[in-house]
Design a protein around this ligand. Sequence first.
Ligand SMILES: NC(=O)c1ccc[n+]([C@@H]2O[C@H](COP(=O)([O-])OP(=O)(O)OC[C@H]3O[C@@H](n4cnc5c(N)ncnc54)[C@H](OP(=O)(O)O)[C@@H]3O)[C@@H](O)[C@H]2O)c1
Length: 272
Amino acid sequence: MRVFNKQKIGFIGGGAMCEALVTGLFRTGLVAPSQIYISDVSEQRREQLEQKLGVNTTADNCAVTGAADIVIISVKPHVATVVLKEIAAVARPEQIFISIAAGVTISQIESCLAGPIPVIRVMPNTPCLVGEGASAVSAGRYAGEDSVKAAMAIFNAAGKAVEVPESLLDCVTGLSGSGPAYMYLILESLADGAVRLGLPANIAGELAAQTMLGAAKMVLETKEHPAKLKNMVTTPGGTTAAGLFALEEGALRSVLMKAVAGATRRSREMSG
Ligand SMILES: NC(=O)c1ccc[n+]([C@@H]2O[C@H](COP(=O)([O-])OP(=O)(O)OC[C@H]3O[C@@H](n4cnc5c(N)ncnc54)[C@H](OP(=O)(O)O)[C@@H]3O)[C@@H](O)[C@H]2O)c1
């Protein structure tokens, strides 16, 4: 089903995130390639996107903004306000502007666009590149339910999306934005632990990653609290109980809670 019917979706900045989102939109059949317009400064990148995805490309950010119903700002944060000021003159209140630029606030975006323009700010994460992203969506003061729905559909196509007030986006950054790095560290450590005891590194890495994927799927699909799932696999006096005791001794829970707090604090510092 083409949720976006004949609507055109424009991307300003045709980098990794743009490609991940477009791939998600195609995979879920939400839009056809002819509905996608991408502007990028690099001619080589534009050619690559045309060949790989069959989308329309240009070097002209205003042309994409003029053509699109939904405009996604997918340039690096330090370029975002420059680009927003550049396209402001062609922005229209019937469009939706979605920004994924980390740390650029809704009020900064609204003031660049200078009008009653619907703005949605999103914090996605890198697993969007493999269709398993975790994204949080926040609405600006001119963005209605339809704008939120459109953004949720786009980011659900690249994983899972939730809606939160903008005041919680720094916390989202500390959890799911930075979270993949925490998971890589945990995976690496578990695998190293098994290698130390004799398991070949490639097998240890695969088992650790599949275990994390499986556990995450158990939580998402059963919708049970992780503590209940943990208790289900912990036999009194057994192996898992021994492993969990070592994790408690090492204060794993408080370390991870501090990681989320530290990253959240840093996100606040960087956008404030
Ligand atoms: N990647 C992630 O996991 C992630 C997670 C959360 C949020 N984000 C946000 O997503 C945004 C995009 O990230 P990304 O990883 O996709 O970055 P990226 O790969 O660098 O993509 C940005 C693209 O925009 C192009 N560009 C630069 N200046 C431009 C301009 N004035 N007009 C049009 N295009 C221009 C860049 O070309 P050049 O490379 O030639 O400069 C590049 O192709 C960032 O703001 C980031 O904060 C990303």
